[in-house]
Each structure stands twice: as C-alpha cells, then as structure tokens.
Design a protein around this ligand. Structure first.
Ligand code: SF4
Length: 979
C-alpha cells in the first residue's frame, strides 16, 4: 500500500507558514516527499542484524531537513525491573553517543517490545545529576560532603579492611546487601569464594510471603504461569501493568484474552489489570484465602477436580489411608468455606465466587494463576494466599501443564561456572536469626533493630542498588543505624544513582546502567528457557572499531564502572599472596595462574550453554561473540511436566526404593519417586510430591497450619474502629512507569507519574467530609504522613491505597540529584528517636545542560510514606506485612503537605511485639535442610550451638514446647482416624 503523503495542515501551521515563521510545508500543493530508507510496509520491522554495524536513519532533530545518520546497533538488556527485556542500543557512529534504546526482536521473552521504562534508559544515561566518579565521604557520615577518589585507593582501602576482618575471624561482619539483583549467581560465587555467609537481599520486603506458600507445597518457591495457552487466568494483583516480569507476562495474558480466555482479578483497587478483566473481585485485603478456599469447596462439591493428578501427585498417603478418605476429608475440611462465608469476609458476591470456581474447574489443566507480592506480602499469614491459589492449580491438575502454572526453576537457566568455591562454614545470625527457621529469605528488614539491640555489628557493609532508607519500612531506624559507626564500620554504596541510603555511605561507587555493565539474565517469563546478555555497549563498539579495552570504566561516562570487574579486582587485592584461599577462585580457566577477565568469565559460561556453540558455529562465531552480537539465546522451548521425567539409568545406579513411600533413595537422599511403576523426578519436597499435608509445618512448631488455610490478617475488619477513622492502607501498589529507586532518574517516566495521593472511595470520603485534593493526616502505629486524597469509585470502600514509588527526597546538604523527582526536605530529630521531615521546596525547573530541566511543569513530588511504617515480620515466612491499620483524620493546624513524623522508640517496641510471635526451632537445626536458602552453608552450620540460644528466646522455646505436645496429640488423632 502506498503511503498517503497528502496531509491537511492546521490553521496555526498555515498561518505560521504564511508569516514565514516556519519552513514551507507545501510543495506544489503536496508536502515535500521524503524518500524512504526502507520500503513501505517495512517500517514496523526491526533493523536486520546484518545491518547492525552500519544502520542508517534520518536524524529526527534535523527535521524537516533530511540528514542521514549512521549507527552501531548493540544489544543489551533493560535493568529497570526484574524482567530484563531485550534492548537494542543505537550508537551514533560519528559522535559515539548513545542516542536511543528500542526493543530487541530476538529476545524470547520480550520479543522486541518494552514498557516505557525500557527506552527511558536513555534518560538515566544522560541524567544531569549522575554520579560520574568514585566518592569518599569527608566529615561525619551523612553530613553530605564528598571528595573524588581513585578506584585504586578505593580497592586498596576496602580490601585491607576485609582482609583484617577475615584474619581476625570476623567473617560475619562482612555483608553484601542487594536491592536489584539480576546477575545469575555471580555475586553468590564471589561471596562463597570469600568463605562468608554475607549475602543479604530485599526478598523479605518483597516476595517472601508468596515464596513460602509455594515452597511449602512443592519446594519451588515461584510460579511460572503459561498464560499464553491458558483458558482461564486468575490474577491476584495488577500483573498486566505492574506485575513480576510484567511486559513479557502482559503480552501473553493479552494473547490469551484475544484467543478467548477469561480473566479474573482480585485487587481492592481498580487497577489497569482489573479494568481488563472479565471478573473484578475487589477483596478486602487479607481475605483472599477465604475466597480461594471457597472456590476449592465449590470445585470439590461439584466434582470439578482432577482425580488422576491428585491421586498420583499429592501426598495424601501422609494424611489418610485411602484416596477416597482423603477426598472426603478435603470436602469436610473446607465445608466451612461456603461462598456466603467468603462473601462476608471479602465483600466479593457469592455468585461471582461460584461462577469463577466453575470456570476454573472447567479450564482444568489450562488454568493459569499468579500471585506475587500484593496480598501475599501485605498480610499477616499472607503466605497462605499463594498456598491457597496453588491449591486450585493442584485441584485442576494444572501444575506444570500446557496452559497451566509451572514451577519457576523449570523455566530458568542455571549457568555453569568455571570454578565453584566450597560452601561457607559460617551462619550469619544477623541475616538468618534463630527465631525464624522457615523464613524466605534473609530477615533484612530487621537488620537495624538487630544492630540496635546489640546482636552484632558490621565492619564492611556493601549496599548494591539498594535503598532501605526510602524503600523499606522504618527508614529512620535505618538512618540511626547507618549513622552509628560503632554499628556499621564502613558503608559502601554501589549504585548508578544517588539515593537516600547513599547519603549515609562512606564510599559512593558509581556502577553502570543497563548499557554500561555485564550481567546474564534468565527468568521464568513463559514455558521456555532463555538467557540474555546485558553488556556495556561502548565496550562492544570499541571492539568493533578495533580498540582494546581493559576495564569497562574506560568506555563508560566519567569513571562509571561495573560490578563484575570491581569484584574480581577487589577479591584479588583481599588475598594478594593467596594465603586466604580466595585468589584461586579468580584465576583464568584459559591462562594458567593469571587473573580472570570479564570476557573469560562469560566465555566459559556461554561455551557451556547447550546448543549455543552449535548455532554460533553456523555464523563462524564463538558463543561469546554470538551473545555480544544478538544479546540473547533460546535454550529450550515448550518446557512442561518435568516432574514426570524418568530417572536415567545412571541416576538409578546405587538407588533403593522405600516400599512404603515409593521414594527413590541414593546416598541417604531422595532423588525421585515411583509413580505407576515408573521412577521419575517428582518435586523437590520430602515426599517428592505436592505437599497438601505438611509435616514440615508440624515438625517446626506450626501444626495448626499443616493444611492450606485462612489466617485473619492484622488488618482484618474486626480490628477496625470505623467511627474513629480506621482504614486498611494498601501501600504496595506500583505505578506502571516507576520502579522504586531504579526508575527515579528518568525524566520521561517522572513526567508521566510524579504524585502519590491517597486513593479513597467516594462513600468514605463523604463520610469523612473530604473532597478531591484535600489534605489528610494518615496516622500509623509509629507516626504519620500528610498527603492529599484522590476520591475515586475505583477503590474498595473501607480500604485506602497509596503508591510507594513516589516521595523521593534530598536534604540541603546532599548533592543535587534526581531533581525531576526529589523534594528538598529538612530532617530534624526533635528529641531522641522522634524524627520530623518537612518539605522545604517541591520540584522546580532548573538550568542545566539539558533544556528539559527548564520545562518541568510539575511541582508535586509526592510523600514518603514507607518511612512511617513499623516492621511487621510474619512469624513464619518472615515477610514484612506491608498493609497498615491507619487512622485517617483531617489535618491539624500545624500540618503541611509532605510532613512526616516518626518515633523510632515506638517502632522498636512494635518490632519486639512481632518478634515475640515467632517460634524458634526446638530441635538442633536452624532450618529444614530441604528448603532453599541463598548461598547454602555447609550442613554443620545448620546445627544450633547451645550457647547461641539467646535468653530472650527462652519464653519462645517454652511456647514451642507447647506445640510439640500439641503435635503429638495431633498425630494421635490422625492415627485414630487412620485405623
Ligand atoms: S518490563 Fe519494562 S522495565 Fe521491565 S525489563 Fe522490560 S522494558 Fe525494562
């Protein structure tokens, strides 16, 4: 089809043309023809790879003149969320400037498409407030004064400090704390080579709740829904616009919808996802398990379950003597979850619950579902949300099926490393405290409280793309810990951008954005396995131009480096003579005795990816060259039902089969199970089946939760005094264009979203006498924040919500940074533990090398709400339960927009209250051996030393004894049932 070059011009354009204010728009009645570089109809295609070395486009800024520009196109991956979508970087061949990012069509998950945050990477590269050089603090920590230092001095100083700590046997004082991960085992290998138990993460403020619910069923702690092939999709939360892996997932959810699949969404907020659903179920927060169990009841009562799957793959034998007994027991156990009961709890009409349950039952093995963060991370007992949603997968037999929900590990590639250090001998109690044997994973949100109560100290503390002062609950307690040098000896912030935690560092070390660093990525975005390569694109450009680069900072802006090389150099300097046994883990597999290079590290991994060498050879490339050229490789397509994989003859050598359990045993470990006469892999649980009945829960003191169930949340309606203005605050929702700290420095994204008002239902607003835009004081258990309200029908009555991706700040003494999004604030400790924050200045335009900074039209930078929340560690999963019981009132005379007040004495008190809800192990193990944990130490480290049991846990142990007695009584009851 010929393009239509005739165009009507507006009155303004015509007048401007006549006045000579703009160039001639017309050429003999038609506007000037622009010759095409590509054929018509080809415009939507991506540049073909054979032209990636010399791609030609017209220069957009020269329009309407026709000026051609030549580009190198280099693939990398996005670093703005966990999905790692493919990006193509356009580098101007003349100026060697990165001009833009577009999607990489070869990436199997993102398939050439990105969300807004992908192309906005260019904003981060060109951010006028970037940190370009390593900085060292001058004066007191947090004072805001810095000096530029060399990488050499940084490495020597940190290495010397770590070496000293190791020589003095203070290994547990060295900790690496990661916010945004995404390098598939790189850092774990480094820490293990150092022999320390020093990995800490953000999991417990993110996904620990969901993980535990999945893990207790099947060992795997994440789901991988095969959305594209599903007939019915059940989503808890807003997976279309903000979910985990949301661009790859959103594509596949919409594909299913276009094919005719039905979608149901549970969310108290009318999110974009809920608005696209066939069924929106605005559940009262925390009541999701009641609804899910009610669906299970309907499916059981109406025979809408998969007998064969349940018979073969559920551990019913651990619970009841016959399968029929088991089914009857299921019906009886869940009989109380009537749709009417679920309606009363959740507010979702009973009829909707029944209808969706029937559709789920009928979808059978093509029922796909997902919960992540959201309800599982908001509520006390939130882990039962994922446990109950997975129960529906089990009932329908959709575990691991085409169109079902797969375990994540089946769809994730595990790289093979050139060297695997031995497991560490230490157990770090500051990350894995004795009170939380089942936690998934490190109790990172309790770290400042642990330091406060003297459980230990940190000598070298790395924070990596990690901003707990702003992202975590109880940020003022973090500030107290970070400013106390007796608790944290040296704080090193590895970060591409300034953030509220980096203000309290000793070193701020600039690390690259997406196109300035190496990482490999592999995620469970669909029923396949892929790897992608994040690479520093200017390094590849230099190579194409025939230049040698030793370190990535030579080609990045300023002296921005990357972590891979930083850790190699640091490790080498910690152990200069090799006596600590560290250096040997950083020697080249290709050049004897020499230090490994980053190229060699990835060369080894890519040479060991099945199928990659063969495909590379076809293009006369090495696997590394292939990955540098295309940026991605599909390892496996259509991965389903791996639990049915028959054990190989080699695997079966030296095994025995337990006649009672049918477990296949080798060297004292279970490696599979015999199902219908065939030895297969099964699931990584003690029974090798799906564990409906959890012996683990009994053995670790929680026998009341042996089955999927419903725990009333800490923000249940019963807890609310509505007349006094009590609400459940949902503080967890994401804005589609922002991700925590990561996306803050992107001007396009902040332009789209820069406020976080409190969503409130019309009826609630009316009751409280509030209009759109009015100020409110939102009182939490430890303080308050002053925000505006947004009155909407899109919120469930009785619940309010506020996004936590806005409300960034800087103080007057801090370096100018992220001025698109940060309010200038004053922070004052008015008396010990009582902290007050007040806005000095909102967002304002400013002069810089980027003209857009003078075009900022918004002033409102939002309010920092997370800092007003106490920690709420779930006693089992360890998850921080984000939802808050708040009291909403009209502002007092002294209140101003953006005010924040917190009493950290009170937050310490609440921390103690929640810790007292746990049950530490009674036996001599710290944690079930079968459960995952990052960086598993040697088995002996799992053993509890008697001296380690703290006096403050004595009463908790007594508590635990009660449950052991309870357990035996319970077992007795079970046996009576059996015989
Ligand atoms: S979903 Fe968006 S932010 Fe996340 S990796 Fe993909 S493009 Fe980047």
């Amino acid at each position: 089809m010929k393009p239509n070059n005739k165009r009507k011009f507006s009155f303004i354009e015509t007048t401007a043309e006549k006045l000579g204010l703009i160039k001639k728009l017309r050429n003999n009645g038609n506007f000037a023809e622009i010759p095409r570089l590509t054929e018509p109809d080809k415009l939507t295609n991506y540049p073909p790879p054979e032209k990636w070395n010399d791609w030609e486009e017209y220069e957009s800024k020269k329009w309407p003149n026709k000026v051609k520009k030549k580009y190198f196109i280099v693939p990398t991956t996005c670093f703005n969320c966990e999905a790692a979508c493919g990006l193509l970087t356009y580098v101007d061949k003349e100026t060697l400037e990165v001009r833009k990012f577009e999607g990489n069509p070869y990436h199997p998950a993102s398939r050439g498409r990105n969300c807004a945050k992908g192309p906005a990477t260019i904003n981060q590269l060109k951010d006028v407030d970037r940190i370009l050089y390593p900085l060292k603090r001058v004066g007191k920590r947090g004072e805001g004064r810095w000096e530029r230092v060399s990488w050499d001095s940084v490495l020597d100083d940190i290495a010397g400090r770590i070496r000293k700590a190791m020589n003095e046997n203070r290994h547990n004082e060295i900790v690496y704390h990661v916010g945004r991960p995404g390098h598939e085992g790189y850092m774990e290998r480094v820490l293990q080579s150092w022999g320390i138990d020093g990995h800490n993460s953000h999991t417990n403020i993110c996904s620990a709740g969901a993980r535990f619910g999945y893990a207790i069923w099947q060992g795997y702690d994440r789901p991988s829904p095969d959305y594209a092939n599903a007939d019915f999709i059940l989503l808890i939360s807003s997976h279309l616009e903000t979910g985990h892996y949301f661009n790859p997932h959103a594509q596949r959810i919409i594909e299913a919808k276009m094919r005719g699949a039905k979608i149901a969404v549970m969310d108290p907020r009318l999110s974009n996802t809920a608005s696209m659903a066939d069924y929106w179920m605005p559940t009262y927060p925390g009541t999701e398990p009641a609804v899910l169990l009610s669906m299970a009841k309907v499916m059981l009562d109406e025979g809408l379950y998969n007998r064969e799957f349940i018979h073969d793959w559920v551990n019913w034998q651990d619970y009841k003597p016959t399968f029929e007994d088991f089914i009857n027991e299921l019906k009886s156990e869940y009989s109380k979850f009537t749709p009417e009961f679920a309606e009363k709890e959740s507010g979702v009409p009973a009829e909707t619950i029944v209808n969706t349950a029937r559709l789920i039952g009928r979808a059978g093995s093509r029922f796909s579902c997902h919960t992540w963060r959201s309800a599982a991370s908001g509520n006390l007992g939130g882990w039962q949300v994922s446990r109950c949603i997975h129960f529906l997968s089990v009932l329908t037999g959709s575990v691991g099926t085409y169109g079902g929900t797969l375990p994540s590990s089946w769809n994730k590639f595990k790289p093979k490393f050139f060297d695997i250090p031995p497991a560490q001998k230490f157990w770090n109690e500051l990350s894995w405290p004795i009170e939380y044997p089942l936690t998934h994973y490190e109790m990172s949100h309790l770290l400042p409280h642990f330091l406060k109560e003297g459980r230990g100290k940190l000598d070298v503390y790395f924070t990596r793309v990690f901003n707990p002062v702003w992202t975590y609950p109880d940020g003022f307690t973090w500030i107290e810990a970070l400013t106390d040098e007796s608790k944290i000896g040296l704080h090193i912030a590895l970060t591409p951008t300034w953030n509220e935690t980096a203000y309290y560092a000793d070193y701020v070390l600039p690390m690259g954005h997406a196109s300035e660093r190496h990482d490999i990525n592999s995620y469970e975005t669909h029923a396949g396995v892929w790897i992608a390569f994040r690479q520093p694109v200017m390094r590849e450009v230099a190579k194409r131009m025939g230049k040698n680069v030793k370190f990535t900072y030579e080609v990045n802006p300023g002296e921005v480096w990357e972590e891979d090389e930083f850790w190699i150099e640091l490790s080498w300097r910690i152990d200069p003579d090799g006596s600590l046994g560290i250096k040997r883990h950083f020697k080249s597999p290709y050049r004897k005795g020499e230090k490994i290079t980053v190229d060699e590290y990835y060369q080894y991994i890519f040479e060991n990816v099945p199928g990659l060498t063969e495909i590379s050879k076809k293009e006369n490339l090495t696997p590394l060259e292939y990955m540098r050229k295309y940026g991605t490789f599909e390892v496996e397509k259509n991965v389903y039902e791996k639990h049915k994989r028959a054990l190989t003859q080699k695997e079966m050598e030296g095994t025995s089969v337990d006649p009672k359990t049918n477990l296949v045993l080798k060297d004292g470990k279970t490696i599979g199970v015999v199902i219908n006469g065939k030895a297969v892999e099964g699931f990584p649980t003690p029974s090798r089946r799906q564990e409906f009945f959890s012996k683990t829960m009994i053995e670790w003191g929680w026998s009341e939760y042996t089955l999927p169930g419903y725990i009333k949340s800490h923000i249940h309606s019963d807890e609310m005094d509505r007349d006094k203005g009590d609400f459940c605050l949902v503080p967890t929702f994401r804005l589609p264009t922002l991700i925590h700290t990561r996306s803050g420095n992107a001007k396009w994204l902040v332009e789209i979203a820069h406020r976080n008002p409190v969503w409130i239902h019309t009826s609630d607003a009316e009751r409280l006498g509030l209009k759109n835009g009015d100020l409110v004081r939102v009182n939490t258990d430890i303080g308050y924040f002053i925000d505006k309200v947004w009155v909407t029908e899109g919120m469930r009555p009785g619940v309010i919500a506020c996004s936590h991706h806005i409300g960034r700040w800087r103080r007057t003494q801090d370096q100018a940074n992220n001025r698109w999004a940060t309010n200038l604030v004053n922070i004052e400790q008015i008396e010990k533990g009582k902290w007050k924050m007040r806005l000095i200045q909102q967002i304002t335009p400013f002069k810089s090398g980027d003209n857009d900074t003078e075009r900022i039209f918004w002033q409102d930078g939002g309010v920092h709400q997370n800092i007003t929340f106490p920690v709420h560690p779930d006693p089992i999963s360890g998850m921080h339960c984000w939802h808050q019981k708040v009291r909403v009132e009209k502002p007092r005379p002294e209140d101003k927009y953006g005010d924040v007040f917190v009493d950290t004495n009170r937050s310490f008190h609440i921390y103690k209250e929640w810790v007292n809800m746990t049950r530490p192990p009674k036996g001599d193990l710290r944690r079930p051996m079968w459960m995952n944990r990052p960086l598993k130490p040697v088995p002996e480290a799992y053993r509890i030393q008697k001296s380690e049991v703290r006096s403050q846990n004595k009463n908790l142990c007594l508590h635990s004894e009660f449950y052991i007695v309870y357990f035996y009584v319970y077992l007795l009851t079970c046996s009576t049932d059996k015989f």
